[in-house]
Structure formats: structure tokens, C-alpha cells
Design a binder for this molecule. Structure first.
Ligand code: EPZ
Length: 429
């Protein structure tokens, strides 16, 4: 088992360049199923979730060639299966993103029911209800979802009960060849949705309104064609490193993403007493005075992203005063708080609310990554804790952060990745 060890107190400052967005790349990879032939995806992050999605595509009959670390050449000409295996879906819930493309291409799909994960139940009832409105029929048995379209896919208006990212994506992809026009009302507006719509339109789809609450997909008869497409920059990886600038005080500049994709996050950072300088595909954050306690509520984009909640809690745990963080997206995304308390944070959880009382400093400890973003935030906390903090279960971090330790070291951090012998790891667990 690997751990990350980080020694606090060293001066941190400098510049990093983020990779392509995990939460776009995975869907773009799935969408290649709809365009038989060779699609080249650039700026793809070299992370374990991308490797799993590559396995899913290969299992379906595609070939995935790693041209260089960040470029994939995906040939879906010979995709002839429409069933995703449980062992891959359980590794990565985002595998369900192949459902829409498989239904589009084959008129059917078999996808393992995704189980819950550390942050919540992760249901897909809205995906299913929305697709049923378009004529898709479902049978759920033995842990698998069997989708079929006996009468084809008929465009209609689907109103989502919640602006679900995954449901919006699956509905958008399943509607590309529908008879007639589909309207997705109360659609998710995340930049990754826009990235997916942009690539699908380059492939020959007719999608309008992505990024707004109403997306219109006009069904096309022609098959989509393969393209070369570059993944949008990862706003959450960027936000994580910018939060580090706010935490340590010295300027951290992040290149390779659009600051507008972190609109409310950067505004909240400024309310928290951080300084923000927005540039073209880059941004710099630093801090001169104390961290000001600021209430945060996570919401669908353009609201405050849940994927930045843990990193922001790390900052607010050292604020001069108390504030409340409300998590409205996932029902169980405060496990990071319990780990941070082992480092001296003073946080009490009441349902969806975390009441954060600022403390003067963190103390180093052995802590365990609860999930992808919580793990990154624990390493962040270690940068300013006295002594050496050891973060375990860092496979969570590897799912979404490429070269996380190397990037931290390039900013001056004393951090390293260590292998812990299994028996010792078992004791730690
Ligand atoms: C995507 O998850 C992201 N993952 C998540 O990022 C992100 O936190 C989330 O969107 C919200 O922005 C990927 O894109 C791979 P949702 P997704 O559908 O699509 C409930 C990270 O750290 N829900 O918007 O699963 C669901 O349980 C990850 O990078 C239903 O109840 O998010 C959750 O509570 C974590 N029924 C909420 O809605 C449904 O049919 C938001 O889910 C669908 C969702």
C-alpha cells in the first residue's frame, strides 16, 4: 500500500500546469463509441480512472492506443458488445457513462448497477427515468440494468428533478440519433457538459444550449464521425492548487484551465481574504492577512462545486472564527472532516452542515484518504502542519490527480510517496 508523507513548514510557492479534466475525459472516451472509427483525444489526464475507462472500451471491442502520456487514439470500428462488466463498474461509477452511447449505437445496453461509494448512494434513477421518457425500456435483474429500445428512441422533453451531471450526459448522448428533438430541462451546466456537447457537435450531432439549463438535441440520421479533440482543463485540479496558495500565503499560479470555470470558488476565496489574479488560461492565488470565516453551500454549477468542498474546508479550519459549510450534493461527503480533526481541526457535523471553528494550526498525524478530493485536502493540510503527516489510501488521489506529489514538490513541498509493507498497512487499517 502506498502512502504520501508530507513535512509541514517548508515555503511553498511557484507555478503548476493542470491536466485535462477527469470529469470530461471519461465521458469523451465513452462518446467515441458513437463515432465508429479512430478518434484522437488530446490533453487526457494520465490517471487511474482513465485507465479503467480504457479497459471498459477494450472490453466492448475498441482499441485504445496511448500515443503519448496525454493523447489517446481510440478505434471503435469493431465495438460489437453492449455489456459493461460489474468488476469495472464497481471500480469506477463513471463507467455508466457508456450507457447512452451504447443505446445510441446498438439500441440496447447492459450496465452493472453502480454500487454506492464513500461519498454517497450514487443512484442512477434519474438516468433511467429520463431515458424511459425517450422510449428506452429497462429490466433490472441480477445487479444489471438491461436497456432496450423496441420502438427506437423518440425525442421528447425530459425535466430532471435535479441537475444531475451524469443523467444530463447520458440523456444527451442517447438523444443524438433520436426520432425528432429532445429537450433536457433543468440540465446540469458544468463546463464538462459543454466540452462533451462541443465534441459531439464536431462529430456531427446537433446539440444546442449546453451550459444552460435547457439543452436541445435534434436527432440526426447520419452516423457521427471520429474527430481529434482536446479535453478542457481540469478546474478542480486547478482549484486544489489555488487553494494551496491561499493556505500557505505565498503565490501559487496555475496554468491550463479557464478561471471562469471556477467563478464562484474564486469569489468565495476573495471573501475569505485570499487575493486572486485571473489571467488568460491561468490564475494566481495568495494571502496576506488571516483567513476570514465564510459560509459555503455546495450546489450544481455555477454554484459552489462539491468537488472543492474538502479543499475549502481545509482553509476555513484555520480561519479567524467560525462558519458553516453545507453539502447539498452528496449525502456523505464530510468524512474528510473527521480525518482533519485528527490533525487538530475543530469541526462538528450536523446532517448536511459542518460547523467549522477556526484553530491556529494543524498538528501532523497519520490520516486516511476518505475519497478523491478529501485525500488531496489531507495532503494540503500536511503542508502547514508541524511535523510529518502520513496520508494512506492514496489510490483515491491517483484516481483524479496526475503526479500530485511531483507537482507539490515543484512548489517547494517536502513530500514523497512511500510504499508501506502490506502487513504494516493491514495494522494501519
Ligand atoms: C459527477 O458525478 C462527477 N463525477 C463528480 O465528481 C461530481 O462531484 C458530481 O458530478 C457533481 O458535480 C464525474 O463526472 C465522473 P450527479 P455524478 O449525477 O454524475 C444524485 C469527483 O470528485 N443522483 O450530478 O455522479 C447523486 O447520488 C467526482 O471528481 C441521484 O440521486 O453526479 C448525487 O447525490 C465526485 N440519481 C447527486 O445526485 C441520479 O440518477 C449529484 O449527482 C443521479 C444522481
Amino acid at each position: 500500500m502506498d502512502v504520501i508523507k508530507v513535512e509541514g513548514g517548508h515555503p511553498i510557492t511557484g507555478e503548476v500546469t493542470v491536466e485535462g479534466a477527469k470529469n470530461s475525459a471519461l465521458k469523451l472516451m465513452a462518446a467515441t463509441i458513437m463515432a465508429p472509427g479512430v478518434t484522437t483525444l488530446k490533453n487526457v489526464p494520465n490517471i487511474s480512472d482513465v485507465h479503467v475507462m480504457g479497459k471498459v472500451l477494450k472490453r466492448l471491442g475498441a482499441t485504445v492506443e496511448v500515443v503519448d502520456k496525454h493523447t489517446l487514439r481510440i478505434d471503435t470500428s469493431n465495438v460489437d458488445k453492449w455489456e459493461t462488466p460489474y468488476e469495472l463498474v464497481v471500480q469506477m461509477r463513471a463507467s455508466t457513462a457508456v450507457m447512452g452511447p451504447l443505446i445510441s449505437r446498438f439500441g440496447k445496453a447492459v450496465v452493472a448497477m453502480p454500487g454506492g461509494c464513500d461519498i454517497g448512494a450514487r443512484k442512477i434513477d434519474m438516468h433511467i427515468q429520463g431515458l424511459e421518457a425517450l422510449g428506452v425500456e429497462f429490466e433490472i435483474n441480477h445487479g444489471n440494468i438491461h436497456a432496450s429500445t423496441p420502438h427506437g428512441i423518440i425525442g421528447d422533453t425530459v425535466t430532471l428533478a435535479f441537475a444531475s451531471v451524469g443523467a444530463t450526459e447520458n440523456l444527451m448522448m442517447a438523444s443524438v440519433y433520436a426520432k425528432g428533438t429532445t429537450i433536457i430541462d433543468n440540465a446540469a451546466r458544468e463546463p464538462e457538459i459543454v466540452d462533451l456537447a462541443n465534441m459531439l457537435n464536431e462529430m456531427g450531432a446537433k446539440i444546442r444550449g449546453a451550459g444552460s439549463p435547457v439543452i436541445e438535441i435534434e436527432g440526426v440520421k447520419e452516423s457521427l464521425h471520429p474527430v481529434t479533440y482536446s479535453v478542457v482543463g481540469d478546474r478542480i485540479e486547478a482549484g486544489t492548487f489555488l487553494a494551496i496558495g491561499g493556505l500557505v500565503g505565498n503565490p501559487v499560479t496555475v496554468h491550463g484551465f479557464e478561471p471562469i470555470h471556477l467563478g464562484l470558488v474564486l469569489k468565495k476565496f476573495e471573501k475569505m481574504g485570499l487575493s486572486v489574479e485571473r489571467g488568460n488560461h491561468e490564475c494566481t492565488v495568495w494571502r496576506e492577512g488571516p483567513i476570514i470565516p465564510t459560509d459555503i453551500q455546495t450546489l450544481p454549477f455555477p454554484g459552489f462545486p462539491t468537488d472543492m468542498q474538502a479543499q475549502t474546508m481545509c482553509l476555513l479550519a484555520l480561519a479567524k472564527g467560525s462558519c458553516v459549510i453545507t453539502e447539498n450534493i452528496f449525502e456523505n461527503r464530510f468524512m474528510f472532516a473527521s480525518e482533519l480533526q485528527r490533525m487538530g481541526a475543530d469541526i462538528s457535523i450536523e446532517g448536511h452542515h459542518a460547523i467549522v471553528h477556526g484553530v491556529p494550526s494543524f498538528s501532523s498525524a497519520q490520516v486516511k484518504s476518505p475519497d478523491l478530493r478529501g485525500g488531496a485536502a489531507l495532503v494540503m493540510a500536511g503542508l502547514v502542519a508541524d511535523g510529518i503527516t502520513t496520508v494512506s489510501a492514496i489510490h483515491h488521489i491517483d484516481r483524479g490527480y496526475e503526479n500530485f506529489v511531483e507537482k507539490l514538490v515543484s512548489l517547494g513541498a517536502h513530500a514523497e510517496r512511500d510504499i508501506v509493507p502490506d502487513e504494516e498497512a493491514a495494522l494501519a487499517d
